[in-house]
Design a protein around this ligand. Structure first.
Ligand code: HEC
Ligand code: HEC
Ligand code: HEC
Ligand code: HEC
Ligand code: HEC
Length: 242
């Protein structure tokens, strides 16, 4: 076999095995049985919602949130430890959702635990869970455009829960996203031998990360202050370059 053929054969092997590994991650009894439940039923619709999600793409299947035994073939065995979300024993009972998501999203969970949202959720159930904003199966990334609709479920004049929040949060998220783009954009303009420039950029990047990590504490003033600091760092840097 020529050298070139060998390389092609090796390439095909890698392709085959990686494709196979990807499928194996989500291919378990939960997925294979639930896939065949009629999709126009309540239970079946959850599979459809999950199927195209970021989580499905990352190989995160049903048992990672619901528990149960994904190697058991029979329904009763697979469902051991699974309860309806209305049952306090369920891992997706509203009070338990943050901890279940937080097993992987540690930093978001840690910030969320500091929020008024979290304490009210635990006390009366009137605060949002992670799934209120991100949905449980489709897993949306919230865009500034969606903020008013999501927050106004509770923050509205009728319920009189801080009705000014949606407009302020929308503007802040826009500022966070724009500043994030700016930080990324500036990176491309720093010469590799510009040590001072690189250091300023690294500081800005870390400060940005730090501000983002605090988002889920829902202290809008604090996040806004931190983002404006990042913004100032970038502006100072650009002015020096002129
Ligand atoms: C052999 C088929 C089969 C397997 C395997 C299976 N399920 Fe189910 N599941 C069903 C059916 C059918 C229902 C509808 C309710 C019922 O019949 O119990 C259901 C219901 C559910 C519910 C809703 C429970 C409720 O009380 O409302 C969840 C959550 C769930 N399954 C998760 C899982 C997870 C996680 C796994 C893997 C660990 C799994 N299922 C494995 C068939 C299956
Ligand atoms: C990222 C976490 C997560 C994953 C992954 C996930 N679910 Fe869920 N699921 C939830 C949450 C949270 C609820 C609670 C009710 C709600 O918010 O919709 C729920 C509710 C449900 C329900 C409604 C019954 C109930 O207990 O409320 C069914 C059925 C269900 N899930 C099935 C599945 C199946 C089947 C899969 C895999 C194909 C899956 N889920 C994957 C988080 C998840
Ligand atoms: C088993 C680990 C795991 C669990 C449990 C889990 N996630 Fe994820 N989630 C991931 C991974 C991995 C990604 C993709 C990588 C990333 O962006 O962090 C992701 C991505 C996301 C994203 C998109 C982030 C982005 O900017 O791309 C959101 C939002 C999200 N998850 C919310 C949730 C919510 C809400 C729950 C609970 C209902 C949950 N996750 C449960 C592992 C998990
Ligand atoms: C009141 C609404 C709300 C609640 C509750 C909420 N989030 Fe978020 N989350 C957002 C918004 C808005 C963003 C910013 C936009 C984005 O990146 O999706 C975000 C960002 C994220 C991201 C992506 C950016 C990052 O920080 O990595 C993940 C992952 C995430 N949330 C997970 C969670 C988890 C886990 C919980 C529960 C512990 C939770 N969220 C609770 C609204 C919410
Ligand atoms: C399920 C209901 C619910 C949803 C949805 C919700 N909140 Fe809240 N939020 C509350 C409650 C209840 C309080 C506490 C009472 C108050 O502040 O008047 C609160 C308080 C707050 C506070 C003030 C915190 C403090 O310490 O005073 C902020 C900021 C906030 N929410 C932001 C948001 C944002 C941003 C969204 C949308 C991304 C959102 N909330 C969605 C219920 C909700």
């Amino acid at each position: 076999m020529g050298k070139r053929r060998l390389i092609i054969a090796a390439g095909l092997c890698i392709l085959f095995f990686s494709a196979h590994a990807g499928a194996a991650e989500t291919e378990n009894s939960c997925v294979s049985c639930h896939r065949d439940i009629p999709r126009d039923t309540f239970i079946g619709s959850k599979y459809t919602d999950w199927e195209g999600s970021i989580h499905a793409g990352q190989g995160i299947a049903c048992q990672r949130c619901h528990g149960g035994n994904p190697s058991a073939v029979k329904k009763e065995d697979a469902h051991a430890g699974i309860y309806n979300s209305g049952n306090p024993l369920s891992r997706v009972y509203y009070k338990s959702v943050p901890g279940t998501c937080g097993a992987c999203h540690r930093r978001d969970f840690n910030a969320f635990r500091e929020s008024t949202h979290y304490s009210i959720l635990q006390r009366t159930g009137a605060g949002p869970t992670c799934a209120t904003c991100h949905e449980s199966h489709t897993t949306r990334i919230v865009s500034p455009r969606q903020i008013p609709t999501i927050c106004r479920q509770c923050h509205n004049e009728r319920m009189n829960i801080s009705p000014q929040v949606p407009v302020r949060a929308q503007a802040l998220l826009l500022l966070i996203n724009e500043t994030g783009y700016l930080v990324r954009d500036v990176r491309g303009r720093i010469a590799s031998d510009d040590q001072e420039g690189m250091q300023t950029w690294k500081d800005a990047y870390e400060a940005m990360q730090n501000a983002r990590d605090e988002w889920h504490a829902f202290n809008l003033e604090r996040v806004q202050m931190k983002i404006l600091q990042v913004y100032d760092m970038i502006l100072r840097f650009l002015e020096k370059k002129k």
